[in-house]
Design a protein around this ligand. Structure first.
Ligand code: KG4
Ligand code: ZN
Length: 373
């Protein structure tokens, strides 16, 4: 990713401790958090406030950008106040303000970034314009303090990637989706079954009482070289399965959910095996490499179990984030801000909001890359 370092600022609080306010508004979650970084990772989450807009978007079966931006405007300052209160700090204790500057829905990004700029300007604090994907990528350092390099599976509503994380601002994309994101596939399956939005948690719940072998769904890309994903053919197959049992009863719904979930897990495992091989070749000196699963879909417990089996088989250490740090939150943004601040990587007040902002600018363009995760 491009390094948006515009100002050479080095934070030098006495003992190296950094306390950062983070703001997240790139999609349909409004979030604020205060995180503390002592000498290095892991960090300490002092507060982590998230307000989901799910109900506002539910009637539309997906996120409506205009509604999202307006909702961020309405509640963001209250959430910041709450995050400071719950952390037991005031703005006097804050060393920097970090906000997601992209990728994501541009209206929401502008709300969060301009709020951060206003705070930074008024309080003479450094600003860190955070890449949302980098925030997901670095969360395992906040929680587990893991060292670079590691392999990251980032799977969410806007994004599905396998990435070698080399360091702050240094990423190598090993695979990405060529069409739909994995979370999007969960959401579309849920919509076809009338299960509401967001679909992932509900599909997971229904799948628990379903038969994963009842519907023979495709496993796109499985067996192919590389680590790219594709889910659009699977989505079409789900549509045909739903039509075949229409109207589906509760057991049909459970069986379709279970069959779909089993198919996507096979895809993820197959693609991740290839990414693990590529990672080992790229970082041969890493004795026990780590695999980190992040993004909303990484909250799925069947996927978590499958990834654990895979990691055990392949000799990787699996880092699973707590579910509330898999889905969008501001603690990861504050932490990414703290990591950058510690390196003196801060941004000017002219930092732009960016709808697209890939982590690895050298990777070949693919639909679905660099968009909101
Ligand atoms: O990272 P995230 O909170 O937001 C962005 O997309 O940026 O991910 C949300 C996505 C949605 O598509 C949602 O359906 C999916 O993650 N998701 C899940 C689960 N929880 C959330 N998918 C499968 N199983 C889950 N338990
Ligand atoms: Zn995300």
């Amino acid at each position: 990713m491009s390094a948006p370092c515009k100002t050479s600022f080095r934070a030098t609080p006495g003992d190296g401790t950094l306390t950062v306010l983070g703001i997240e508004t790139s999609c349909d979650e409004t979030a604020a958090s205060v995180v503390r970084r002592r000498v290095g990772p892991p960090g300490e989450i002092l507060s982590n406030v998230v307000r989901s807009q799910v109900e506002a978007h539910a009637p539309y079966g997906g996120v409506v950008p205009e509604i999202a931006a307006r909702a961020h405007v309405a509640i963001l300052d209250h959430l910041i106040e709450r995050a400071l209160d719950e952390a037991g700090v005031t703005l006097d204790d804050i060393d920097a303000v970090a906000a997601t500057a992209g990728p994501g829905l541009i209206g929401g990004l502008i709300v969060g970034l301009v709020t951060a700029k206003a705070l930074a300007l008024a309080r003479r604090l450094p600003l860190v314009a955070v890449n949302h994907l980098e925030a997901h990528a670095l969360t395992a350092r906040l929680t587990d303090g893991i060292a670079f390099p590691y392999l990251l599976l980032l799977a969410s509503g806007g994004h599905t990637q396998l990435i070698a994380v080399e360091g702050i601002g240094s990423y190598r994309r090993l695979g990405t989706t060529v069409d739909d994101a994995l979370g999007e596939a969960f959401d579309k399956t849920a919509k076809l079954l009338g299960l509401g939005y967001p679909g992932g948690p509900e599909v997971e719940r229904r799948a628990a009482s379903g038969d994963p072998a009842r519907f023979d769904l495709p496993r796109p890309m499985v067996g192919r070289d590389g680590a790219d994903f594709s889910f659009s053919g699977l989505k079409t197959a789900v549509r045909h399965a739903v039509a075949a049992v229409s109207p589906p009863d509760a057991q049909d719904v459970a069986d379709i959910c279970a069959s779909f979930q089993a198919a996507v897990i096979d895809c993820v495992v197959d693609r991740t095996v290839n990414a693990m091989a590529a990672f080992r070749a790229w970082a041969p000196g890493t004795a026990t490499p780590a695999l980190v699963a992040a993004g909303g879909v990484a909250a799925n417990s069947a996927l978590r179990t499958a990834l654990q089996d895979l990691a055990d088989r392949e000799g990787f250490r699996l880092i699973l984030l707590p579910p509330d740090l898999c889905t969008d939150n501001a603690a990861m943004v504050a932490w990414a801000g703290a990591e950058r601040l510690a390196l003196g990587l801060v941004d000017g007040l002219d930092a732009p909001a960016r709808a697209r902002w890939p982590l690895d600018p050298h990777a070949a363009p693919a639909i679905g890359a660099g968009v909101k995760a």
